[in-house]
Design a protein around this ligand. Structure first.
Ligand code: BV8
Length: 261
């Protein structure tokens, strides 16, 4: 359990922030029942490395395998609800009058929790598109409107007919959406305190973002039960689960603000 003195220390660091922000990874959704990337996915998928499935090459090689991998993860994410960690971040946004969240997650749980300023670096798993972007980048496809054999791999694109509809997420080896990158970069230049929550700090360019913010003068507060690639660079490490730590951090900030909230 993270000590109250460390929570209070983090609150003193966060309280005076004029432009607080957050960078989140899969760990913030762990307590919503969604396995992180580094967790061994259970059953069939324990045999595969997600990083080898989340690439355009894997999809070209075996569209059905990759499509089924995402259908499986959609099944895991569909019932998931925001946890107290997501809700605490939405409350901090209300307390500070704004708190942009740069997220690596594709589960949309920050939006579901009420956060209004979410920058989804890697897209959203609930959205699909034509692999060839045959009508322009991106060519969204609503698969709920397509009758297709669910055992037969990806549905056909309603425009070009090719059975290469894919999740609208950023795969390894693919560029991040320019609009998301630009929005994230604007945050990195202005933020004065960044919460770095539930990320191993391995995947680029997301993993460099806290360090770029720090170079621009931001203080970094990490929330993660385990050490990450960023821990030795942050100003304060709250070594506990975000669903437990973040609500305590909100309470400590509110206390400093005389519960004005
Ligand atoms: C790019 C969407 C330019 C898909 C994801 C060679 C060739 C090509 C590229 C590269 C290369 N070498 C390096 C690269 C760059 C590559 C990369 O970073 N590779 C890594 C593996 C080194 N990046 C890219 O390819 C990016 N694009 O660079 O374009 C380019 C283009 C061509 C050639 C060169 C460069 C695109 C990266 C985006 C990939 N898509 N997601 C999908 O989800 O299926 S990334 C995916 O993995 C996630 O979105 C997330 O970003 C990442 C997993 O990281 P985390 O979120 O941190 O999750 P993780 O499981 O790792 O950690 C969880 C953490 O939570 C842990 O620390 C744990 O302790 C903690 N935790 C656990 N419980 C809790 C908790 N924390 C709090 N509370 C808890 N309760």
């Amino acid at each position: 359990m993270v000590s109250q003195s460390k929570i209070d220390q983090a609150a003193r660091l966060l309280h005076p922030a004029k432009h607080p922000s957050a960078l989140t990874g899969a760990g913030v959704s762990k307590e919503s029942g969604i396995p992180t990337f580094r967790d061994a996915l259970d059953g069939l998928w324990a045999r595969f490395n997600p990083q080898e499935l989340a690439t355009p090459f894997a999809f070209l090689q075996n569209p059905k395998l990759v499509w089924d991998f995402y259908e499986y993860r959609r099944q895991l994410m569909r019932p998931a609800k925001p946890n107290p960690g997501h809700r605490a971040l939405a409350e901090l946004e209300r307390i500070f009058g704004g708190l942009p969240i740069i997220t690596q997650n594709i589960d949309a749980l920050h939006e579901d929790a009420g956060s209004a300023q979410v920058i989804a670096l890697h897209g959203k798993i609930a959205v699909n598109k034509c692999f060839y972007n045959c009508q322009g980048d991106p060519t969204p496809v609503d698969v709920s409107k397509i009758a297709y054999d669910q055992n037969d791999g990806p549905p056909p694109c309603p425009h070009c007919g090719r059975k290469m509809v894919r999740p609208a997420v950023v795969w390894f080896g693919e560029m991040l959406p320019p609009a998301a990158l630009a929005a994230a970069r604007a945050v990195l230049h202005t933020t004065d305190v960044m919460l770095v929550i539930g990320t191993s700090g391995i995947v680029q360019p997301a993993a460099s973002m806290p360090l770029l913010a720090q170079d621009s003068g931001a203080a970094l507060i990490e929330v993660n039960p385990y050490e990450s690639e960023l821990t030795d660079r942050v100003d304060l490490w709250l070594d506990g689960p975000s669903g437990e730590v973040l609500p305590r951090l909100v309470a400590a900030v509110k206390k400093l603000r005389g519960n004005a909230g």
